[in-house]
Design a protein around this ligand. Structure first.
Ligand SMILES: Nc1nc2c(ncn2[C@@H]2O[C@H](COP(=O)(O)OP(=O)(O)OP(=O)(O)O)[C@@H](O)[C@H]2O)c(=O)[nH]1
Ligand SMILES: [Mg+2]
Length: 384
């Protein structure tokens, strides 16, 4: 470590000396003035300035972690206690800490600037953006939506909360993809499977869909379950089938599932219920995969409980990539107060949404997850 001391009668002169030797980026560590001279010296205006400085590389070397590790390794090889840090080292460490703090605070400022990177963000836009964040829309999405509105509107328009909201709604609707409802063609059997983690509401939603297609659309519906793990799983589905007066089959192997689906080919719709798995039983996903490969469903909906933490939703989306999912079905809307995580899901998956439902009552309607409805939910204009 090269810390140099320069002595001169003025600070300027001491600095000039330091810069001459260490370069113009020399780091000034300390400036000391000698106690005021008494008597003659004072009269003569003489003063001594001591300036301590080091080259900028010295600080960089101090901050390099490998240097620290190497020092630690040396300390281990030679167990003698290290000499107490000199005043210079202490100063350098303090300086280094300050630099870290400065970098951190600059990062924060940069982040805030990025958030507000709309030049002179008008109040209506600022309010809409803040409202999105409050509804748990992920920040990058909120920024993107606000930016979109800013670009679409001009001048006075940007002062209108109604116009700003309208643009944000349009941005949301463009971003959210919809698969449409399960569409049935007379004379053709449509096979639809629901997959997803345990307890998200697969069986409940199957019962809701079966009720809708049986009663509202007057279609011939059949149910098959491959859930033989959970106690009471097939009884739960059988109960719903009995209530609706429709057939229900249990398949223990992929071959059985294939046969069950074939035997129900006279139905307009066959709904396949699957076993959910906790995150610790992911291996069992391969079993579900084998079942689905044998049945060849036309649609496989990944059921996501919106009541889950966004982190869990992300994990589930990732894990279920292993299955041939092609739709996203949202449940437990009734447990949620802010629907921003819908955008998180939409950003992470290329699949369109199918239905969005909330409630334990199987006779209640399964709402379509069309972009207009999802946008209303995200904007807090529709209660689940
Ligand atoms: N609040 C609320 N509860 C729901 C909803 N859907 C299902 N449930 C409840 O969540 C629990 C689990 O529902 P199931 O339909 O059995 O879930 P599952 O995905 O089939 O679960 P596994 O078969 O164990 O994988 C039950 O108590 C349901 O009543 C919903 O939309 N809102
Ligand atoms: Mg179930």
């Amino acid at each position: 470590m090269t810390v140099r001391t320069y002595t001169a009668s003025t600070e300027r002169e001491a600095m000039r000396q330091a810069m001459e030797e260490l370069g113009k980026d020399a780091l000034i560590l300390q400036i000391r003035r000698q106690p005021e001279a008494k008597g003659l010296f004072k009269m003569a205006g003489r003063q001594r300035v001591e300036l301590e400085a080091c080259a900028p590389e010295t600080l960089a070397a101090l901050r390099r972690p490998s240097g620290g590790q190497a020092q630690a390794a040396r300390a281990y090889a030679a167990p003698a206690p290290p000499a107490p840090p000199s005043e210079h080292v202490r100063l350098l460490e303090e300086l280094s800490r300050k630099v870290e703090e400065l970098v951190r605070s600059n990062q924060n400022v940069a982040q805030s600037l990025r958030r507000g990177d709309l030049p002179e963000m008008p109040a209506a836009l600022q309010e809409a953006y803040t409202a999105l964040l409050e509804r748990e829309v992920p920040e990058p999405q909120a920024r993107r939506l606000a930016q979109g509105a800013y670009e679409a509107l001009r001048g006075e328009e940007l002062k209108s909360p109604v116009l700003v909201r309208g643009q944000i709604r349009q941005g949301l609707e463009r971003f959210l993809k919809h698969a449409g409802p399960v569409t049935l063609t007379p004379g053709r059997c449509r096979v639809v499977a629901l997959v997803g983690p345990t307890g998200v509401g697969k069986t409940t939603t199957i019962a809701k869909l079966a009720t809708h297609f049986r009663h509202t659309q007057r279609r011939r519906v059949g149910l098959v379950t491959i859930d033989t793990y959970r106690m009471g799983a097939k009884e739960q589905l059988q109960q719903y089938a009995d209530l609706l007066g429709i057939p229900m089959r249990v398949a223990l192997t992929p071959g059985e599932l294939k046969r069950a689906v074939q035997e129900m080919s006279d139905r307009d719709l066959v709904l396949v219920d699957t076993a959910g798995h906790s995150q610790k039983e992911l291996l069992k996903l391969n079993e579900v995969k084998a079942f689905l490969a044998a049945a060849g469903p036309h649609e496989t909906h990944l059921v996501l409980s919106l009541g889950s933490h966004p982190k869990n939703l992300r994990h589930v989306l990732n894990v279920y990539k292993a299955l041939q999912v092609n739709r996203l079905l949202l449940t437990k809307l009734d447990e949620v107060v802010a629907f921003g995580s819908i955008l998180d899901v939409a950003a992470l998956s290329e699949h369109p949404f199918s239905y969005a439902t909330g409630g334990q009552d199987v006779t209640e309607r399964v709402g379509l997850a069309d972009p207009a409805r999802l946008a209303r939910l995200v904007l807090g204009e529709e209660a689940a």
